[in-house]
Design a protein around this ligand. Structure first.
Ligand SMILES: C[S@@+](CC[C@H](N)C(=O)[O-])C[C@H]1O[C@@H](n2cnc3c(N)ncnc32)[C@H](O)[C@@H]1O
Length: 353
């Protein structure tokens, strides 16, 4: 974490770091479990059931944030360190305290700042988070910051819970995502084949996968073709395997070969592909076996992106079991994450060695 001046240093050295953590709905308990493994015991309170919680860790903010961002837990979508916790009963007073605190953060003066506000049901702020953000930005005019959504230098995070307001100022790279609560949004395009495309777009951003640098992709479980269309747009040649029908807009695409078969019944050449993607709504263990059986067709150094359905009450154990299967098949795990656009699944990003 780069330190800029004394007041920022002081902020980061606060002990007993409090962090607001966000997971996909229903997966917060697994994110808590991952943090427990990382930090030992921790104090944790749910702010939005199954989704947002606040943890107190036996570490400074700087140390906590470094360890979390380095590990990037699978089920933790977004974090922000709390610099100030304000009683929320009197919303006018809470608002004044937030403003007074922020106006003293001289390190954000004149920089590009994203103000991200969220709230829980039952909080004293009855209007929308957007109204609170606008009001806050007005009051922060003396900072002469440029308020922006994209590519901020600093993020002001405010979470308005039932009884308290949690305020933080952090670098976007220390929040695991520069989107409010990690909820990354993409514009739905006209003629878009499926929402599944958002998963690959998000994986591209989250893991920094250079999709345009690949030439030949194998797409397993490809129908109706959201992922295939994304890869075609990135300029790849795509072989799409699925017994189900591909969307008619793709049928005549010159760079698409459609194989209407079960993935266990197909044969390819050795090292024919430099990218393998698989988004099969199927038993994870059978999917892993099917994909590993086809890995001969992925060249060394090739990339694989695979979604793993979490059809179990023990998702952590399952994720590790599936990662072990791939690791035993010459795949190096580069990233494992439950993306915002993943529902009951996670995305694995791997490279073959
Ligand atoms: C969630 S959909 C894939 C969506 C796709 N990624 C997209 O972007 O449009 C899952 C697909 O996996 C396919 N599938 C399931 N089992 C399969 C198998 N054994 N071999 C090939 N495809 C399979 C299903 O037919 C289904 O079309």
């Amino acid at each position: 974490m780069v330190e800029h001046n004394a007041s920022q240093k002081q902020d980061n050295e606060q002990y007993s770091a409090k962090i607001i953590c966000t997971a996909n709905h229903g997966f917060a308990p697994y994110a808590q479990e991952e943090l427990r493994r990382l930090f030992g015991s921790l104090k944790s309170t749910m702010l939005i059931p199954g989704e947002v919680f606040v943890v107190t860790l036996g570490a400074t903010i700087q140390d906590a944030v470094e360890r979390i961002t380095e590990k990037s837990p699978v089920f933790l979508r977004h974090v922000f360190p709390v610099l100030m916790e304000i009683p929320g009963e009197d919303k006018e007073l809470a608002f004044e305290q937030v403003v007074a605190y922020l106006l003293k953060r001289d390190y954000i003066e004149g920089s590009r700042v994203s103000v991200q506000v969220r709230k829980a049901d039952g909080s004293t702020w009855t209007e929308s988070p957007g109204i609170l953000r606008d009001k806050l930005q007005e009051e922060l005019a003396p900072l002469e910051a440029e308020f922006t959504v994209l590519n901020p230098e600093w993020v002001i995070s405010l979470f308005v819970a039932k009884t308290a307001w949690y305020l933080g100022v952090s670098r976007p790279e220390n929040n695991l995502s520069d989107w409010n609560g990690g909820a990354i949004r993409f514009q739905r395009e006209e003629g878009q084949i499926s929402r599944a495309k958002f998963k690959l777009l998000e994986a591209e951003k989250e893991f920094g996968i250079p999709f345009s640098s690949f030439r030949n992709a194998l797409d397993i479980g490809a129908a109706p073709g959201g992922w295939s269309s994304f890869l075609l747009e990135r300029g790849l040649k795509v072989t799409a395997v699925d017994p189900a029908k591909m969307h008619e807009s793709l049928l005549d695409h010159p760079n698409l070969r459609i194989v209407n078969k079960n993935a266990s019944d197909v044969k390819f050449k050795e090292a024919q592909f430099d990218l393998l993607v698989c988004d099969m709504s199927w038993s994870p263990k059978l999917m892993a076996r099917m994909v590993t059986d086809l890995l001969y067709s992925l060249a060394s150094g090739g990339t694989a992106v695979v979604t793993v359905k979490l059809l179990t009450k023990k998702p952590m154990a399952l994720v590790h079991e599936i990662m072990d299967i791939f690791e035993d098949s010459r795949m190096q795990i580069q990233g494992a994450k439950q993306l915002f656009h993943n529902r009951d699944e996670i995305t694995l990003y791997m490279i073959k060695y």
